[in-house]
Every structure is written in structure tokens, then in C-alpha cells.
Design a protein around this ligand. Sequence first.
Ligand code: NAP
Length: 260
Amino acid sequence: MELGLQNKVALVAAASKGLGYGVARALASDGAKVSICSRSADEIEAAAKKLADETGADTLGTACDVTDPKDIETWVKRTVEQWGQIDALLVNAGGPPAGYFKEISDEQWQAAFELTLMSSIRMINAAIPHMTGGGAILTITSSSVREPVERLVLSTVMRSGVVGLVKTLADELAPDGIRVNNLIPGRIDTDRVAHLDEGTAKRLGISFEEARERSLKNIPLGRLGTIDDFGAAAAFLLSPAASYITGATLQVDGGMMRSV
Ligand code: NAP
């Protein structure tokens, strides 16, 4: 099936590695021009070059901390100056820290609000004036929006706000031809998941391998997902091939979530 992404312009946030990079690679492989960002200038420039080498696509790498509104403006402006429009936006950022409710300070709540919810609002606000030909927005949340995960209270609370935003914008932006959806990664093999497994192993006094084995028992397909598994689903939802899908939350989790 053709996704119809040839020459479309895509913004992909937090994409020097991990899920963002997987989504950028899937979009670029289908012919999109892809503008990626993350905080480290060196890392994002290297990632943009690697992306171009791997896919042959036009790519742009910009240093941007998505908690900084000025950085977001600069990233979007640079992309539009280069390619004239925006057709697709992947909203993404690093994850907030883990911890039980009683351990979380006011400052950590405020930082998670800026990192997860305000960054989503600001990226969407900055992109939509340039989505004049319609397009698609996709957010990344977590299974915690369906079922709270132990020690991920910051993620659960802030990402639930993102899902509310997606449902609201699916209504409000439909007249402009802009679709808005949300994707839930289960356990996709990235540095973030390795870091969480290391934390679990340390807390329970078990090895990293044992922590990972335990988590695999909860995944019917019996393995972690790859960034390409995730990228394929994201590229579809961001493409014209998904033209009648908006306001949806889909999981890419190997069957991990049991909720109906
Ligand atoms: P990752 O492998 O750690 O990659 C994170 C990426 O985000 C890096 O490119 C990092 O680059 C960038 N980044 C972090 N903070 C940023 C900021 N403030 N502004 C701009 N870029 C930033 O993580 P991941 O696994 O891809 O996760 C991506 C998101 O999905 C996270 O919010 C995570 O919690 C969520 N998630 C992931 C999974 C999973 O299975 N992997 C499951 C549930 C939820 P710099 O450090 O250079 O900025």
C-alpha cells in the first residue's frame, strides 16, 4: 500500500534516537522530507545525516529543547523556511522521571507539566498555522493512560491530559483537514526502556536480564517491540493513507494491554 508521503514535510520531535528516530526513518523511507529535533546539537545533526544516508530523503536536524517555547518556534520557522509548509507533526519528548506519589516534589510536578503537556500544546500551536493544506498530528503517550503503571504517576497524569487534548483537537481541527491521533508504545526497545529496567532490577535486587524476562512474560508476542514496529504504525497514522482516522488512540504493544 502506498502511504502517500512523497514530498510531504514532517516535523518529528525528540528524534536523535529511540521512538522519534524510528518514526522519522519510517516517514523518510516513504519519501517524506523530515525535520527532526532534540536538545543536543551534535546528536541531532549526526542523526539527520544518518537518516539521510539510510533513506536517501531530505532531512534537517535542529537543536531544540521542547520545554522552551522559543526553541520550538525556531525549529518550526527553520523548517518552513526550508520547505514552505508542514504536513505532519510527531509530538514527542523525553519521559518524566519515575517515582511514587509521596516522593514527588512540587518542582518535579511543574517540570513534568512543561515537558509532557505544555510542550505538546506549544508544538501543535506552532505547527498548525503552516498546515494550510491539511495534514496529521500524532502524539506519543503510554499505556499508563489506560491503566496506571507503578511509579509512573507523573507520566500517567500528564499524558492523560495529552489524550484529552487529542480528542478535543480531533473535533476542532477537522474543518481544517487536520487529523489528530495518539499512539501508545508498550515496551519498545530503546534507551529509555533499558533505563527503566535497570531501575527495576536495582530496586528489586535482581539482574537486568531477570527484570527483562519478567516484563516479557506480560507480552503475548514474547518480545520487546522495535523502533521500526513503532515507526510503521506512526507513519501510517501520519500519512494520507489514514485519511478517515482521527481522535483515535492505538497501542503498539505486542498485546501487552488487556483492556478491551
Ligand atoms: P529515548 O530512547 O530515551 O529517546 C529520547 C529522545 O528524546 C532523545 O532523542 C532525546 O535527545 C530526546 N529528548 C529528551 N528530552 C527532550 C527535550 N526536552 N527536548 C527535545 N528532545 C528531547 O526515549 P524513547 O523510548 O524514544 O521515548 C520517547 C517517549 O516515549 C518518552 O516520553 C517515553 O517516556 C515515551 N514512552 C516510551 C516507551 C517505550 O517503549 N520506549 C513506552 C512508553 C512511553 P536529547 O537527549 O539530545 O534531547
